[in-house]
Design a protein around this ligand. Structure first.
Ligand code: IMP
Length: 198
């Protein structure tokens, strides 16, 4: 079976393929099936945005499509930046600008607890929708630490490991991350779905 990934990110494609190839699933890019879909992420939940992306690519390609939507929710900021994680602070900021803004907004705030969320949705042409969700709990560090990862990784601290996400190897991060957990759950859900299909 072939799934089209609703994303232009080659790292996401490689990650999905690494896990789903074990189920005999081939994940391919939008470009490989000749579509180029720009989806406005107008939803207010990870589930909505993930579904919007998967549905748009499924409709454009006529093939089952998979999408993920993720972000960081900080308790003291009422769940911000949440679904707006990629756009926090507006267009002008890069990853570092965004996590520095977060540190500034966290000055004097307590508690510093936060969690990452990842929601994976697969939309099929027959209307079937499969959804999986993964979360990872941590706290917001007082200063950035580590060189690895991307996004908010340098300020997402794991108290039990005494490290930020940016201080973990990619393999270590995958075993505990929101995305790793969502993919693991998705693998199960997809396996059940495929076995029902015969
Ligand atoms: P998406 O591509 O629309 O899902 O945007 C997710 C945004 O959330 C990214 O641009 C990052 O800012 C943030 N994010 C999601 N997952 C991670 C992670 O594992 N580490 C750091 N930042 C993340």
């Amino acid at each position: 079976m072939k799934l089209v990934l609703a994303s232009k990110n080659p790292k996401k494609l490689a990650e999905m393929n690494r896990i789903l190839s074990q189920l005999g699933i081939e994940v391919c890019s939008e470009a490989e099936v000749g579509v180029d879909v720009e989806v406005e992420e107008t939803g207010t939940t990870f589930e909505e945005n993930s579904f919007l992306k998967a549905k748009a690519v499924m409709e454009a390609s006529g093939l089952p499509a998979i999408a993920d939507d993720s972000g960081l929710c900080v308790d003291a900021l009422n769940g911000a930046p949440g679904v707006y994680s990629a756009r926090y602070g507006g267009e002008g900021l890069d990853d570092e600008g965004r996590y520095r803004l977060l540190l500034e907004n966290m000055r004097g705030q307590s508690p510093r607890t936060a969690h990452f969320v990842s929601v994976i949705t697969c939309a099929f042409p027959d209307g079937t929708v499969l959804t999986a969700r993964g979360e990872c709990n941590g706290t917001i560090a007082f200063a950035p630490m580590g060189e690895g990862g991307f996004g908010y990784d340098p300020v997402f601290f794991l108290p039990e490991r005494k490290k930020t996400f940016a201080q973990l190897s990619p393999e270590e991060k995958n075993t505990i991350s929101h995305r790793g957990k969502a993919l693991e759950q998705f693998e199960q859900i997809l396996q059940n779905y495929l076995s029902q299909q015969g």
